[in-house]
Design a protein around this ligand. Structure first.
Ligand SMILES: Nc1ncnc2c1ncn2[C@@H]1O[C@H](COP(=O)(O)OP(=O)(O)OP(=O)(O)O)[C@@H](O)[C@H]1O
Ligand code: SF4
Ligand SMILES: [Mg+2]
Length: 326
């Protein structure tokens, strides 16, 4: 796979202002996504996954705001672009599938007309026959019946609506698709179809996909590289096979050990307590109150995200020390 970077997030911070203090939902996050790669973001509910996506795409609404960082896409910082420049990138270069997007389709418009609107907004007036041809091509190449285009959203099942939304996100051949929990709340058989659809889009259109899901079984199945978030920070990144075979961060081990029960948002087995309040995260390593390996230094000093070889990075004192000794 290419070593190029399609998008690079540098030290991104996104907070929410609340009466009881600032929620540091994304607090100094750095990573990159390669062309044609499926890049996973994992972590328990509330760790900042959706906030990360919204901040990257500048869709965060008050009381959320970006407190710092850069998002470099094709040489430009998305966080510095003018509003209209950013709008011209949407759909054509970057598509976004929000969490719970199944219900985001317009109920009183046929699917075909909703997709036609996207095409026309970005490419101007185009003859109807050409639009219909493109929609038919999109549907057949993504395993959807072209008959679906003539339907209204309420005539489709939840899984079918999700397929339409994902197919729609690919209509203008974007370079990056950000999909937030696209399989959550769907049964396992329907999930499988959605995951296959994402793989098909990557293979046919060559888009990179940022796949956000707390479901580690889904991550294991489809992503190329995986980032694990805990309490607003990335604690580990690596090739998915390496991460599952030999997780480095104790939190990653706990997540993997909890499959498949993590699907049910239960407490993680083998870990004490719950993730911290992001208004007052613990000092040092944010994971230390729950970590079975915590040492004195973990309570005071924040472990930096360091490279430990084979493209793997981890933020944990267990590895920083080894570096010092070596
Ligand atoms: N509008 C808001 N105002 C204040 N705090 C918020 C707001 N939206 C989110 N948060 C907080 O920010 C943190 C991160 O939330 P976020 O939705 O990004 O998490 P997530 O990882 O996507 O969770 P999930 O898996 O449940 O979707 C949480 O502590 C959440 O309570
Ligand atoms: S830095 Fe310390 S507390 Fe944090 S994960 Fe590593 S060993 Fe555990
Ligand atoms: Mg979310």
């Amino acid at each position: 796979m290419s070593m190029e970077k399609l998008v690079e997030v540098r030290n991104l911070k996104a907070y929410y202002k609340t009466r009881s203090g600032e929620v540091k939902a994304v607090d100094g996050v750095s990573f990159y996504i390669r062309p044609k790669e499926i890049f996973g973001i994992a972590g328990e509910s509330g760790c900042g996954k959706s906030t990360l996506a919204l901040a990257m795409l500048r869709l965060l609404k008050p009381p959320g705001y970006i407190a710092g960082g850069q998002v470099i896409f094709q040489g430009k910082d998305l966080l510095k672009l003018k509003a209209e420049e950013l709008r011209s990138l949407r759909w054509k270069y970057i598509s976004y599938i929000p969490q719970s997007s199944m219900n985001a389709l317009n109920p009183v418009k046929r699917i075909r007309d909703q997709i036609a609107d996207v095409i026309k907004t970005h490419e101007g007036e185009i003859p109807d026959e050409e639009i219909d041809k493109r929609i038919e091509e999109l549907f057949t190449s993504t395993g959807l019946s072209p008959a679906v285009a003539k339907m209204y959203p309420h005539e489709l099942s939840g899984g079918m609506r999700q397929r339409v939304i994902i197919a729609m996100s690919a209509i203008l051949n974007p370079r990056l698709i950000v999909a937030d929990e696209p399989t959550t709340a769907l049964d396992v058989v329907v999930q499988r179809g959605i995951l296959q659809l994402l793989l098909d889009i990557r293979n046919k259109i060559g888009s990179s996909i940022m796949l956000i899901t707390h479901d580690m079984a889904v991550q294991a199945e489809v992503v190329d590289r995986l980032a694990v978030m805990y309490a607003g920070k990335i604690v580990e990144i690596g090739d998915v096979d390496h991460v599952f075979k030999e997780p480095l961060h104790p939190y990653t081990s706990a997540l993997i050990g909890a499959i498949p029960s993590i699907r049910e948002k239960r407490r993680l087995k083998g870990l004490k307590g719950l993730p911290p309040d992001l208004r007052r995260p613990p000092p040092g390593c944010r994971f230390h109150p729950r970590c079975p390996h915590a040492k004195e230094i973990c309570k005071k000093v924040e472990p930096p995200l360091v490279e430990v070889g084979r493209g793997r990075v981890v933020a944990c004192h267990l590895y920083v020390e080894e570096e010092v000794r070596a």
